[in-house]
Design a protein around this ligand. Structure first.
Ligand SMILES: N[C@@H](Cc1ccccc1)C(=O)N[C@@H](Cc1ccccc1)C(=O)O
Length: 732
């Protein structure tokens, strides 16, 4: 048996696994596992809102609500994972079992996104939406259980692999761990939106959400396999018992004991937790006090996450109304999220090696709580930027009719100019095959339109809240037609295209991807979705066959008119005219970069520092408890999004962004006050003092001795000298 194995159990001892450059080899498997797991999680999350909206056909609010409920659940389950690992299975087995649950959940999501399963009429849309909704909800529940459950275990399990002589390597491991998280999430947030944008299907081609969920499912299986392969090399700490249970019982006893002794005849105690001393170990009580002090400080933190996690929902939806053309490359709305990990990968090293040392050189003590306060402020600033961008977008959005209005556009299908008299707008002249540039808005239910050249007069019934186009026919005898036009921007940044056939015979129109079908004479097609970029349309009518091409941006709508003059040998490129019903998105996606920059700089200062703070201020046996507590603030933050979005119901999106920014600013001020009164502690030092005392303490019910200990503990917890926070105690 090797000397680094426990002689009784044959299991590895801490810090004795094979080393490479001073690092335990086992760490390699844990880091690769984390990379794959985060790829799986963030890849699936990147397309989730769009899956809800465009596959399950939910509206923006429902999609956002379910998205945040899911994210919240992912950060509630760490408590469950910590309890199972600490009191029952140990970290290794918990990671294995919950990873299996996680992989099953990802597979369920991938299957739920196969539209062909219930597409019985083969029209490209699922016929039994309940099946897809139920399966995806089950999948998301299993994923939340898996990802959240293993979250507090994996990092701690990695930390466990280092011996006491590897303190420096352990610190580096945590940085590499964070960079791996962002490396995995960066790759997946680039790849899964590309997969989603592909067309796939057995009977009909649709957006490939099944592939976008399938690849993360495969990566989760890889994560599991890699973790199992490393099995023989890990140090596996035994479960330490249900520490969470002990903490709850001890707090419960302190409260009930205080209540039982509420009469004045009992002397008061320094701290309400001291009422647990009659039954519980003083060390445990001191440890709980440390934890409670930190947990109290956590109270305002969820507000940061409320803003942070809207990157994946509101900001992605905002990007769908923007122009993603970056010249050489075209960015999909959901790919904008990649800006976050890219900035993390650059900002973490810059902050650690340049900014923080520079601040220190300037003689400023930039303590963790100060960093977190600045992080909150930066996140609020990010939302101010988002509001400004939204105002710019709103300026470019078309003004659709309200519920009391209707809008009408005119299209002259003839070969000669016509002049139309419109109530309230006077005479409007349209050239041959020309449409009016704008929609005319009316509040009446019916209007009378007179057309000269040829003379015609008709009463037109309008529909409130709708946009229509009036097709003015070639001759008096032909029928007047009204089309139903779009009253929302086309989805996912696509372009909605339709054709009006002004010819006296049917015509077939198609592109390499979309079939408009046969359009009858003097009739029009339905809208079809065309992606941004250049599209070539093929027209075919009897002997006549021609093609024309157009460039499209994001989110526009066009009506293309095929004139009656089109004949064999005509040049389609010149003959076919297009009316711009909805302008393409004109606000560039690059304008979202400042908001991403501020939220990510905020994340580095808040999240990375907060993780380290939670670890350093936690007693040795409650590091996982505080990690779970930290993740709980993320969960609560996501619930706040739901509540504020539901309660506030603000008419304009930018006002919601301003509301969130203001809320975080208020919370930031409250937090800075709380942080000012916080005293940094060194848990190891306090624990060591208590352990030393236990040796001399036979019966510790003696009043004098208790007083002494109280004083000592008070001194330890409340000392507010100006020493550096690490190892010593200092204020904010
Ligand atoms: N920066 C994030 C990763 C990310 C990638 C793509 C889009 C959004 C986010 C990150 O580092 N996350 C870490 C830490 C974290 C952050 C927020 C809540 C809990 C943990 C992670 O472990 O996922």
């Amino acid at each position: 048996m090797a000397d680094h194995e426990d002689p009784k159990t044959g299991k590895k001892n801490k810090g004795t696994s094979k080393e490479v450059c001073g690092y335990p080899l086992s760490i390699f498997f844990i880091v690769v596992n984390e990379f794959c797991e985060r790829f799986s999680y963030y890849g699936m999350r990147a397309v989730l809102v769009l899956y809800f909206k465009y596959f399950l056909r939910w509206d923006d609010d429902l999609a956002t609500s379910i998205y945040h409920t899911f994210v919240a659940l992912c950060y509630l389950t760490p408590i469950l994972g910590a309890i199972v690992a600490d009191s029952w299975l140990g970290k290794f087995k918990t990671i294995i079992y919950l990873s299996i649950v996680y992989a099953i959940g990802q597979v369920a999501m991938a299957v739920s996104a196969i539209h062909d399963i219930t597409d019985t009429d083969r029209d490209g849309t699922p016929n039994n939406m309940t099946f897809h909704v139920v399966l995806s909800m089950v999948g998301l529940f299993l994923i939340a259980l898996g990802t959240g459950g293993i979250k507090p275990c994996v990092a701690a399990f990695g930390g466990d692999q280092f011996g006491d002589h590897q303190e420096r390597q352990r610190r580096t491991f945590f940085s590499v761990f964070y960079l791996c998280i962002n490396g995995g999430s960066l790759l997946s947030t680039i790849i899964t939106p590309i997969l989603r944008a592909q067309n796939c299907g057995i009977y009909s081609k649709q957006k490939c959400y099944s592939l976008a969920f399938g690849v993360p499912a495969a990566l989760m299986v890889v994560a599991l396999v890699v973790f199992i392969v490393g099995s023989g090399m890990y140090y596996k700490a035994k479960p330490e018992g249900n520490i969470m249970g002990d903490v709850c019982k001890c707090i419960g006893f302190a409260i009930s004991n205080r209540y039982k002794h509420r009469s004045k005849q009992y002397p008061s105690r320094e701290h309400w937790m001291d009422w647990a001393e009659d039954k519980y170990d003083k060390l445990l009580i001191a440890q709980i006090k440390m934890v409670l002090k930190v947990l109290f400080l956590y109270i305002p933190l969820p507000m940061f996450w409320t803003l942070f996690d809207q990157k994946g929902s509101r900001w992605t939806l905002q990007a769908t109304t923007m122009d993603g053309n970056f010249g050489a490359i075209v960015i999909q709305p959901d790919q904008m999220q990649t800006v976050n990990p890219i900035l993390i990968l650059t900002l973490v090293p810059i902050m650690d090696s340049v900014i923080y040392p520079l601040i220190k050189k300037c003689g400023l003590n930039f303590t963790p709580l100060k960093r977190m306060t600045v992080g909150m402020f930066l996140a609020a600033l990010a939302f101010v930027c988002a509001a400004v961008v939204q105002i710019e977008i709103d300026k470019t959005l078309p003004v659709f009719p309200s519920n009391f209005q209707s809008q009408l556009k005119l299209l002259n299908m003839g070969n000669h100019p016509v002049t139309a008299g419109l109530p309230g707008y006077g005479q409007v002249t349209l050239q041959a095959a020309q449409a009016s540039e704008e929609y005319f808005t009316f509040e009446e239910d019916q209007i009378s339109i007179s057309v000269s050249g040829p003379e015609m007069k008709r009463n037109i019934s309008l529909i409130k809240g709708q946009r229509q186009t009036l097709l003015i026919p070639l001759t008096i005898s032909d029928e007047w037609q009204l089309t139903a036009d779009l009253t929302t921007k086309p989805e996912e940044g696509n372009n909605a295209i339709r054709f009006v056939n002004g010819m006296n015979k049917p015509v077939n129109v198609s592109t390499s991807e979309v079939v408009f079908g046969q359009i009858e004479k003097f009739h029009y097609s339905n809208y079809s979705q065309i992606r941004n970029g250049r599209a070539t349309f093929f027209l075919q009518s009897g002997q006549l066959s021609c093609a024309f091409s157009r460039d499209f941006g994001f989110g526009s709508s066009y009506t293309f008119f095929i004139p009656s003059t089109l004949s064999l040998g005509s040049n389609c490129q010149e003959s076919i005219t297009g009316a711009e019903d909805i302008k393409p998105n004109s606000v560039h996606m690059a304008l979202q970069v400042p908001q991403y920059f501020f939220i990510t700089a905020g994340e580095v200062m808040f999240s990375v520092t907060g993780l380290e703070f939670s670890y350093s201020q936690a007693p040795s046996n409650m590091k996982a408890v505080l990690q779970a507590g930290w993740l709980l603030t993320v969960a609560i933050g996501n619930f706040i999004v739901l509540i504020v979005a539901e309660v506030a119901k603000l008419p304009k999106q930018w006002t919601e962004y301003v509301l969130f920014a203001s809320l975080l600013l208020c919370v930031c001020i409250i937090f800075s006050i709380m942080a000012y009164f916080y005293t940094y502690i060194d848990p190891t030092e306090i624990e060591a003092k208590f352990r030393r005392n236990v040796g001399d303490d036979d019966d510790d019910k003696n009043d004098k001795q208790r007083k002494l200990e109280m004083e000592m503990m008070k001194r330890d917890l409340d000392r507010s000298d100006d020493e550096h926070y690490k190892g010593k105690q200092t204020k904010m």
